[in-house]
Design a protein around this ligand. Structure first.
Ligand code: NAD
Length: 241
């Protein structure tokens, strides 16, 4: 039976962008685009080899701004949900790409940062960036060399906007998890928080995630197919008078 909801929180992961051509984290044996995650996504990796880390994110950024990468039907369906649903719909994404925004979604939290931003590790100031970052680049705010880094949350660092996210999870009545493996915490624990507040929880993924047993409903298939179908179902129920 389908029920009506008032407030929806949607957690998305790399799987929703996979059909847009951006590889997921664990697509090949724990490697991210053929790099060891600890080498390119940890403060220690950056301290040991900042040139490699910049090169890695510069490549990801070049790919993201190229015309090849476009939002897909999964991102577009979530925008449709935000536009048609009478209650609140918050998207919390672990993705550092900008495909939700480019699909027209509005209420988005990038808990792991954004590839098209950089920050100064001395001042914390955040800047937009579409080109490359280099180890010899000088920061505009403090005029230092070597303080600029991708605005991406690495392993061991605290994700962004956690107070706002937990408040939304505790107060939602529907929690959706889309295209995430359930390997990365705290995001993998969001389903428990939402459920303890009484929310119905649904996993939409290509395959069962690591935390699959925590969900009350599960739908498996590619995001471009299962997300639009699920959104249609929610909108239909919400708009019936
Ligand atoms: P993950 O790579 O660990 O897991 C991806 C999940 O998506 C898997 O469970 C997989 O089965 C599923 N999946 C793959 N193709 C799918 C499809 N077509 N439709 C639906 N599901 C599909 O990703 P994660 O759980 O998001 O965690 C990895 C971390 O990697 C995040 O913190 C994120 O910052 C980072 N990351 C981001 C991007 C991006 O911005 N697009 C890409 C890779 C990694």
């Amino acid at each position: 039976m389908v029920q009506r909801y008032n407030s929806i929180v949607i957690l998305t992961g790399a799987g929703i962008s996979a059909e847009s051509g951006i590889k997921t984290f664990r697509a090949s044996d724990g490697l991210w685009e053929n790099y060891r995650i600890e080498d390119v996504a940890s403060p220690r990796g950056f301290a040991v080899n900042p040139e490699l880390v910049h090169r890695f994110y510069n490549m990801r950024r070049r790919q993201l701004v190229s015309s090849v990468i476009q939002p897909n039907e999964g991102h577009e369906a979530l925008t449709r949900l935000q536009e048609s649903f009478p209650g609140q719909v918050l998207i919390v994404t672990q993705n550092i790409d900008n495909l939700h925004k480019r699909a027209g979604s509005k209420d988005i939290i990038h808990m792991h940062g954004e590839l098209l931003k950089m920050h100064c590790s001395a001042s914390g100031k955040i800047y937009p960036i579409r080109g490359d970052i280099g180890i010899l680049d000088r920061c505009d705010c403090c005029d230092s060399v070597g303080t600029l880094r991708p605005h991406v949350v690495w392993y061991g660092e605290t994700p962004l906007a956690m107070d706002k996210i937990y408040y939304a999870l505790e107060n939602c009545d529907l929690f959706l998890s889309i295209g995430t493996s359930g390997n990365v915490y705290p995001a993998a624990g969001f389903v428990q928080v939402a459920r303890s507040g009484g929310a119905h929880s649904v996993e939409l993924n290509l395959e069962p995630s690591e935390v699959e047993s925590a969900f009350s409903e599960k739908i498996y298939g590619p995001a471009t197919r299962v997300v639009p179908a699920f959104v249609d179902r929610i909108i239909e129920v919400a708009t019936v008078v």
